[in-house]
Design a protein around this ligand. Sequence first.
Ligand SMILES: Cc1cc2nc3c(=O)[nH]c(=O)nc-3n(C[C@H](O)[C@H](O)[C@H](O)COP(=O)(O)OP(=O)(O)OC[C@H]3O[C@@H](n4cnc5c(N)ncnc54)[C@H](O)[C@@H]3O)c2cc1C
Length: 520
Amino acid sequence: MGPSPRPRATTSTGSTCSPTCRRCSGSDRRRGTNGRDVVVFKVERPRNSPDRAPAPPPPSDNPWARSLWLDGVVQDLSPREQLAGDHTCDVAIVGAGFGGLWTAYYLKAADPSLRVTVVEAEIAGFGAAGRNGGFVSAGIAGSGARYARRSGWDSVLRAEREVLHGIDEIGRVVSVEGIYCGYKKAGALTVATNEPQLQRLRARVEAKHSSGLGPEDIRLLTADECADLIPGPEGLLAASFTPHCARVDPARLARGLAAACERLGVKIYEQSPAEHLGPNVVQCRNGRISADVVVRATESYTIRERGQRRTFLPLYALLIATEPLPQQTWDELGWRDGIGFSDLGHLFYYAQRTVDGRIVVGGRGAPYRLSNPVSPENEQDSRVYERLCQTLREALPAVADARITHHWGGSLAVPRDWCMRTTFDRKTGLGFVGAFGGHGVTASNISGRTMRDLILGHSTDLTSLPWVGHQTRNWEPEPLRFIASRLIHKTLASADAYEERTGRPAKRVRLVAPFLPPSH
Ligand SMILES: Cc1cc2nc3c(=O)[nH]c(=O)nc-3n(C[C@H](O)[C@H](O)[C@H](O)COP(=O)(O)OP(=O)(O)OC[C@H]3O[C@@H](n4cnc5c(N)ncnc54)[C@H](O)[C@@H]3O)c2cc1C
């Protein structure tokens, strides 16, 4: 299902665009630093684009293939064996997303004699792990200032460095375990397309530099310098570039990691939802595990459990993917493989070039629902779909007519203070990894190694990171949380529109700042 074919005209740059396209007001050629001409599109950003996207493509018939990535997994997604009857092990892990799987992988690799069991409600990689944007990114999950209050700024800088190391560590495991997930570390750009975004961009880079990172970690690029890396989205003023970011197909990473765990001897049960977990016990629908240590790695799904509803705000992020684009289009676009980019809108978007030559665009803005806040019904939304399609058309007009093959979503586990945590209580044997918000791909790897050290009783650089033992208060009760999240969404959307229109920072964002992630 896709846009109906329209006659195409060739622009002065050789790219194709609909002759009826009212967005394109021309284009420029810039000379990239490799001496190659790069096309930069100038687009009039319409308030209400006349080009409406067709209805979203329906979800796959396969109930497990809930994203482009899961749909593309070559191996069979049929569930593994279910837990039945009584089972005993040393460490029981609940949840086979990245948090649970990395913990299992590192524990078993460190001590092969440990009996490690993972129980998963659906299939490994079913949650956010198999649905996310595929950015193995830098940047700590949480607020440096909040961590610093408890642990000091040195520890925050150590955390930043640990995240950079985590990106390479994931690449190492991918290579050692032969996980084919398109891991490619080429960096990422954050682009500013209006004056307020430019101010935020500069402030963000300065803050990183004053926290101890250097220009080799993150630096500002002019629009001309960017043009060598990605096609210029409309009105690109400047960008920050970090070499510390890799692209992956996250579902292949999760599924490959599950297989690597099994090769080490980890037992994984699927379609085995834990109904209760407590000290030394995990009670599932058809079986029960007795274990010295029980680790919760259930992320946003945690809120479905009795007494846990206010632990996280389960915030849905939605994405679209184009069909694979021909090499000619990629040559025209001049988008260097492996580089992802995002903008600095309040309801920001991010875009990824996939290993099979598609463009994936994702963004914030899916409405939070009062009933069933984590549910398959929330995985598509026609308004968000339309907005993402419009973003694609505006940011990359050369692919405006590409067919959209997938639309999906997943929920982030957002803690009240947006800070991740890794905790382990030796007395009860209960551990927790998660609260990653939108940063879990790299953060979960760090958490997995940290949980290994905590369980094994090793005091290491990881076990003194600022999120170890971090505590967060609960979200407000409903309907306050619902009202607040709708208000935040409306405020941020109107702030983006105001900034685009006036070129001035929208002060209204301050009103909702206490509920927002630290970059705001
Ligand atoms: C749309 C989207 C885009 C994102 N983009 C990025 C990105 O580009 N980069 C980045 O770093 N982060 C991104 N994130 C965040 C990142 O994906 C998550 O932080 C990370 O995957 C969460 O950790 P996890 O994989 O362990 O969680 P999940 O994958 O959600 O794992 C939790 C697992 O627990 C299982 N489970 C739940 N309850 C039970 C139970 N009772 N019993 C047994 N099993 C249970 C679930 O089925 C699930 O498989 C994104 C998230 C989303 C939703």
